[in-house]
Design a binder for this molecule. Structure first.
Ligand code: NAD
Length: 294
């Protein structure tokens, strides 16, 4: 029997890749409900699957911030049991905290946190009744450790960690597995798609010099990290496939070990000061305390 999988955020990146990969499975093990905010952006997914829409794929409109579109999608899927829900839709926000607009902050939480909550709420009752199911969530290193100039994004992804960890405990007796796939930098449009303060733009004009300088330095670090260490989507999909297929998936699966040493620091020194120092040095270089340097 086919495993049914619903994925949010399938117009690009990881969601697109996962939908294509599962729908193209040679043994036709999956029936994929690929959802996206705007179905006009389904072209790339169709192309990936040879131009058509195979029987293993169904496209659905779903904006995770719109309860009506969520209800309509859930209605559409109802009747066919849903085995796996993948909460993947997400947006980033980068910049000094003082420059983050109310609107931008709300969007990040609406999509990353409330979007995931709403989506889980829509499909959880049926999974509980059947006493079976999986909830896979695209997590982030930014949900496990603070990343400079990503404070609102980190806050939203930390919240997702709490959500999933709490749910996993209650859902255990229901035989519903919750798994966070913790991604480091992945080569997608994420960096281009996120809302970001322009280091030369007017938003930063009122900001102190040191913060502007640190932010420019962070952007260089970030681009270097994506250039040198970003994983390809295919590599990350392997971890998703495992979370979907393995009999008893853990709460967290990391796609990379790149940040494991920093994560260990957090455990080794619970007061957090070692982590803050190490992350500061990692991003801004050792010994820089914010003063001007050539
Ligand atoms: P992406 O920007 O290509 O994909 C994000 C997808 O979410 C897009 O298709 C976008 O249209 C969709 N989306 C945004 N708002 C939505 C809404 N309201 N309703 C439905 N869909 C919406 O980037 P990606 O890298 O594929 O991101 C996927 C997930 O991976 C996100 O949750 C992101 O936080 C996470 N992640 C990405 C990276 C990375 O470096 N790329 C690292 C860690 C975590």
């Amino acid at each position: 029997e086919q495993t049914t999988v619903l994925i949010t955020g399938c117009s690009s990146g990881i969601g697109l890749g996962l939908a294509a990969r599962l729908a193209a499975d040679s043994a036709r093990r999956f029936k994929v409900f690929a959802t996206m905010r705007d179905l006009a952006k389904s072209e790339q997914l169709r192309e990936r699957l040879g131009g058509g829409c195979p029987e293993t794929l169904e496209l659905l409109q779903l904006d995770v911030t719109d309860p009506r579109s969520l209800a309509a999608a859930a209605q559409r899927v109802q009747g066919q049991r849903l085995d796996v829900l993948v909460c993947n839709a997400g947006v980033g926000l980068m910049g000094p905290l003082e420059t983050c607009s109310e609107q931008a902050m709300r969007t990040v939480f609406e999509v990353n946190l409330f979007g995931a909550i709403r989506t889980i709420q829509a499909f959880l009752p049926a999974m509980k009744r059947r006493r079976a199911g999986r909830i896979v969530v695209t997590g982030s290193v930014g949900g496990l450790q603070g990343v400079p100039f990503n404070s609102v994004y980190c806050a939203s992804k930390f919240a997702v960690e709490g959500l999933c960890e709490s749910l996993a405990i209650v859902l255990r007796p229901f035989n519903i597995h919750v798994t966070l796939v913790e991604c480091g930098p992945v080569n997608t449009g994420f960096l281009q798609n996120l809302q970001r303060a322009d280091p030369e733009g007017s938003e930063l004009q009122g900001l102190d010099r040191d913060t502007r300088r640190l932010y420019r330095r962070y952007l260089r670090h970030c681009h270097g990290l994506f250039r040198d260490a970003a994983q390809e989507v295919e590599e990350v999909l392997q971890v998703f496939l495992e979370a979907i297929s393995t009999p008893c998936p853990p709460l967290r699966c990391a796609t990379t070990q790149l940040f494991a040493p920093l994560a260990r620091l957090k455990l080794a020194s619970p007061d957090g000061s070692d982590y803050v120092r190490a992350m500061h040095d990692f991003v801004f270089g050792p010994g820089d305390d914010g003063g001007d340097q050539p």
